[in-house]
Design a protein around this ligand. Structure first.
Ligand SMILES: *Cc1c(COP(=O)(O)O)cnc(C)c1O
Length: 395
């Protein structure tokens, strides 16, 4: 039976407008730049590049399109392999398939939940011996936490393999004194509706290689040759962002720092209220990095508590609260069941995180009383398990 509840829905992460967006949209309308070109596009690209600390940026229709363009620029084609983080959203790897190449998945390590330098080293050494180095390595910064970019960059540099930094979830985060997205040969951002800032849908390709970005722009606008008539010598794509949406993006970018502060505050409240529960462990923030805490994630230790992620997800769902398990690793997806996978150690870290992890509602527009509803509900699950005589207490 479907349970109905009158309690308002709490979303995982929903769009949060600043109020300034409409002014930018109006500007686009007044000047009739209702196209995938226009002044907002140029300004948004410049502002993102400056913010990230890279030489250039190309605004595109999605983060997925940005990854696809990066792979094309790196000449990824049929018969090639591309290494990719396993613990991520499917969009990180789909463009590898678009190019007819083969993804090879790399496990996570426990300190960042991101790509394990040990597993990557193992995979690169084996590929080197087999004369089959990957054309690229796609490194994901999960839930806002930067991967170990120093180790990963050094390893990839050693084997001369370019890095694509999938910073779709980590805009506003930092590694050392550098912004997330600035580490690879290419970086990508997403402005999908659930991301820290949004244009409803959209993405950005960033790089220090402005020639490559120019070529990406050519490919993203149907690869039209320089001729008065419509002439084409290669396959192109329709991947540019609309000038209207770039206006929304500019207004959103202005409040990015505030959103990072708010996301981190959401995390802090959860941490204060739940971290003392035995078996509950929050996603770490590695020393020397700053996470935008896009989503607050935690794991439950089955050796300490009998409460499972599904107990919590179920209880939250009954309260009309949206929460999710941690991403299902791509090497476990039916879509990729023939792909190779390199584990961090004896046991797969990404599999353990998937089995034990949950993402809590982390919207910056969530009221404190809403967050208290989430916290109360979770504490309740543990209290009830405690009453059944398990080994922990929440008081
Ligand atoms: C959202 C996301 C993408 C894809 O971005 P879209 O703009 O939705 O295409 C890629 N990688 C990761 C890790 C993401 O979270």
């Amino acid at each position: 039976m479907l349970k109905t509840t009158s309690k308002p829905r709490i979303h995982l992460a929903s769009p949060h407008m600043s109020g300034e967006e409409q002014r930018y949209i109006d500007e686009a309308f007044e000047s009739n730049w209702i196209a995938p070109v226009g002044p907002h596009i140029n300004a948004f690209e410049k502002e993102i590049a400056e913010y990230t600390g890279v030489k250039g940026a190309l605004a595109v229709s999605s983060g997925t399109a940005a990854i696809h363009l990066a792979l094309i620029l790196l000449d990824v084609k049929q018969g090639d392999t591309v290494f990719c983080s396993s613990l991520t959203f499917v969009a990180s790897a789909n463009p590898i398939i678009y190019q007819g190449a083969e993804p090879v998945f790399i496990d996570s390590e426990p300190e960042t939940w991101n790509m394990s330098p040990e597993a990557l080293k193992h995979a690169l050494e084996e590929a080197y011996e087999q004369h089959r180095l990957p054309k690229a390595v796609i490194v994901v910064n999960l839930y806002g936490q930067s991967a170990k970019m120093e180790e990963i960059s050094a390893l990839c540099g050693e084997f001369d393999v370019p890095v694509i930094e999938d910073a779709a979830e980590s805009l506003g985060s930092a590694y050392g004194n550098r912004k997330s997205g600035s580490f690879g040969k290419f970086g990508i951002f997403s402005f999908n509706g659930n991301k820290i800032i949004t244009t409803s849908g959209g993405g950005m390709l960033v790089s220090d290689d402005t020639d490559a970005l120019e070529r990406a722009g050519f490919l993203a606008t149907q690869a039209r040759d320089k001729a008065l008539h419509y002439q084409h010598s290669q396959t192109g794509y329709n991947y540019r962002m609309s000038n209207i949406l770039a206006g929304v993006g500019r207004a959103q970018l202005h409040i990015l720092e505030k959103r990072v502060t708010q996301k981190r505050l959401v995390f802090e409240r959860y941490f204060m209220e739940l971290a003392h529960i035995p078996g509950v462990q929050f996603m770490p923030e590695m020393n020397g990095t700053m996470s935008n805490r896009w989503l607050t994630a935690l794991t439950l230790d089955p050796a300490v508590s009998e409460v499972t992620p599904y107990d919590i997800l179920g209880a939250l769902a009954e309260e009309n609260i949206e929460a999710r398990p941690v991403w299902k690793p791509l090497h476990l997806q039916p879509l990729f069941d023939r792909c190779r996978f390199y584990a961090h150690g004896e046991q797969s870290v990404s599999e353990r995180l998937f089995e034990s992890g949950i993402c809590l509602p982390s919207g910056t527009n969530m009221e404190v009383i809403d967050q208290e509803r989430v916290i109360d509900c979770i504490r309740n699950v543990f209290d009830q398990a405690g009453l059944r005589g398990t080994r922990y207490e929440t008081t």
